[in-house]
Design a binder for this molecule. Structure first.
Ligand code: AMP
Length: 278
């Protein structure tokens, strides 16, 4: 496994044999089983697999947890080595945003809803860094988690709109045994907050149960999620949503599919989760 920090080194490895297909898994590190599920899928579907580890500052607002974001590069490299990854790209900020950098990628409508309401500059940072990573590695496939459902929708939109030559693959959410969606941020929860955090999945499951029992009013499904979250004393709800899975517009009635999603603070740790109603 090669670990490189410069764009030139990536491209040198990438183009040793231009006939080989590459899969790219972009991450911010502090890897867990959710990330590794993407890596395994990439390994299955490509000749070579690249993983990027980069905590991208432009997707964090000044008030957010950039400085506190957990990091463990040595641990991450050990896990990736065990998975048989070929190339790890660990750029610095100076490599990604050298002096003079002044271009951004802005996906417009779907970035204003859901996460975008609370984090208005987040997806500009995400789209820009992912566009750069796709251009640097030029993979046949790039792998993202359904955990960040809106991010996946934004990336798909960007790739279609800018004619980027890559197939976006979205992989299912990997959860802890108690239902909590795996996330690097879970490591920052206090003991008691960690104990309460499965309430996100419980809220989604309660709404799903109501849907299965025939409830189609989105407002009722939202109320189920809200009242479940309210039972966790440390949880502070940011939003709950029942939205169209593609446009991400809020629904009144669930007639086709729907994306149930929510964001909840435990102290300064913000967790998100979602569930698709088919
Ligand atoms: P991050 O390091 O948080 O930026 O995540 C890197 C990629 O892993 C993103 O595409 C995430 O959606 C995905 N991911 C994170 N957590 C999970 C999870 N629990 N299950 C599946 N994919 C995940």
């Amino acid at each position: 496994m090669l670990v490189v920090g410069s764009v030139e080194e990536v491209q040198k490895v990438r183009w040793v044999d231009g006939n080989l297909t590459w899969g790219l898994v972009p991450t911010m590190g502090y890897l867990h089983a959710g990330h590794l599920s993407l890596v395994r899928r990439a390994r299955q579907e490509n000749d070579r697999t690249a993983v990027s580890i980069y905590v991208n500052p432009t997707q964090f607002a000044p008030t957010e947890d950039l400085d506190k974001y957990p990091r463990d590069l040595e641990g991450d490299l050990g896990l990736l080595r065990d998975e048989g990854v070929d190339l790890v790209f660990t750029p610095t900020d100076r490599v990604m945003y050298p002096p003079g950098f002044q271009t951004v990628v802005e996906v417009q409508e779907i970035t204003r809803l859901l996460e975008g309401t609370s984090r208005p500059t987040h997806f500009r940072g995400v789209a820009t860094v992912v566009a750069k990573l796709l251009n640097i590695v030029q993979p046949a496939h790039a792998y993202f988690g359904q955990k960040d459902a809106q991010q996946a929708a934004v990336i798909r939109r960007m790739v279609a709109d800018l004619n980027i030559n890559v197939q976006i693959v979205v992989c299912p959410i990997v959860r802890e045994p108690d239902g909590l969606a795996m996330s690097s941020r879970n490591a920052r929860l206090t003991h008691e907050a960690r104990r309460q955090a499965p309430v996100l999945f419980r809220a989604l499951s309660t709404a799903q149960g109501a849907y299965r029992d025939g409830e189609r009013q989105a407002s009722v499904l939202r109320a189920h999620m809200q009242s479940t979250i309210a039972k966790a004393s440390l949880a502070r709800l940011d939003y709950v949503s029942v939205a169209d899975p593609e446009s991400l517009e809020e629904l009144e009635l669930v007639t086709g599919g729907a994306l149930l999603s929510l964001a909840v603070f435990f102290g300064d740790v913000r967790l998100i989760d979602n569930l698709l109603l088919e």
